[in-house]
Design a protein around this ligand. Structure first.
Ligand SMILES: [Zn+2]
Length: 309
């Protein structure tokens, strides 16, 4: 976890903000995470719909996974950190295909039923109010829409062993999330399944990942071999989940009458403060005609975190 983490006090629940963090470089590019990155690529390939029109990447960061959403016509990258989105822009470029949005996952600035797919990877991990964030995802998905969710699993083998040996106080067997570091949460797979079902999702598939996230194995066994073994073990996710990372594919029930995706990007958005749509295009900002708040557009990034003064 980068040193530059801090809790944003302006929002409730607290947001884990990666602003000015070198997360992409220190954790992914130089952090010996090739194994984790490649196992995620395999899981995404297995779970993502082959094609689609509009995908929301919630917690996109610097866009590490974005090029993997091949079959989608357009992608909205959402992150709370503007600097992470700037890194993503640098990597993916400014084109019509990618829309960059800085916003709070608890107050999504999108009209209901907009997306045919949402991904949320390594993001729920930072959610103090996980159910609240998941209900926002449910609202913006269409009937028949797919939700690919990754969460950190508290019921993992290492935590179970540590608990049984008396080296860890919290129980991996109970359903409540555990906050092991400030704003870093691990979840019980059953609790996540329960939340998704309560929101009207049907769980279509579960994959377990990073079975071999063990320091000495990563040092002595070639990454390709670990990735291959993990790709086999991922399927055991439908039977039990004892790995540190779990991917779930959940579908919104219903297929009929899929609403068309608006041609105009402006009509994607609603006011995150009062929920009103459509917003008015003021060139460098979007304005809400109901509560008069203005939301900045700067450097190709829509900013819905705090209204303009
Ligand atoms: Zn408003």
């Amino acid at each position: 976890m980068p040193d530059s983490f801090f809790m944003d006090k302006q929002t409730t629940p607290p947001v884990c903000n990666y602003e000015d963090s070198d997360y992409q470089t220190s954790f992914w590019d130089k952090g010996g995470r090739e194994y984790e990155d490649r196992t995620e690529a395999i899981a995404l390939k297995r779970l993502l719909p082959k094609s689609g029109r509009l995908l929301l990447e919630l917690g996109a960061g610097a866009g590490r996974n974005t090029p993997r959403y091949l079959g989608f016509e357009r992608i909205i990258l959402l992150d709370y950190s503007r600097t992470q989105l700037e890194q993503a822009q640098g990597r993916l470029g400014k084109s019509d295909k990618y829309i960059y949005v800085a916003a709070d996952a608890y107050r999504l600035p999108f009209v209901d039923g907009l997306f045919d797919a949402v991904t949320m990877i390594r993001t729920l991990h930072h959610m103090a109010a996980a159910q609240k964030a998941l209900s926002q995802v449910r609202n913006v998905l269409q009937p028949g829409g797919a939700f690919i969710l990754e969460f950190a699993n508290k019921l993992n083998l290492k935590a179970i062993l540590r608990y049984l040996l008396g080296r860890q106080k919290w129980s991996p067997f109970t359903l409540e999330p555990v906050e092991f570091v400030k704003l870093n949460f691990d979840f019980h797979p059953k609790a996540v399944r329960n939340w998704l079902r309560e929101l009207g999702f049907e769980i279509e598939r579960t994959l377990t990942l990073s079975h071999f996230r063990v320091g000495f194995l990563k040092r002595i066994v070639p990454t390709s071999i670990l990735v291959f073994l993990d790709s086999l073990f991922q399927w055991t996710g439908s039977l039990w989940q004892l790995s540190p990372s779990v991917f779930v594919k959940a579908m919104v029930t219903g297929r009929d009458g899929q609403p068309p995706i608006p041609a105009n990007t402006l009509s994607f958005f609603k006011c995150p403060a009062c929920g009103h749509s459509p917003l008015i295009d003021g060139e460098n900002y979007l304005e809400c005609s109901k509560c008069n708040k203005k939301w900045e557009i700067r450097g190709g990034i829509y900013d819905f975190r705090e209204p303009l003064k």
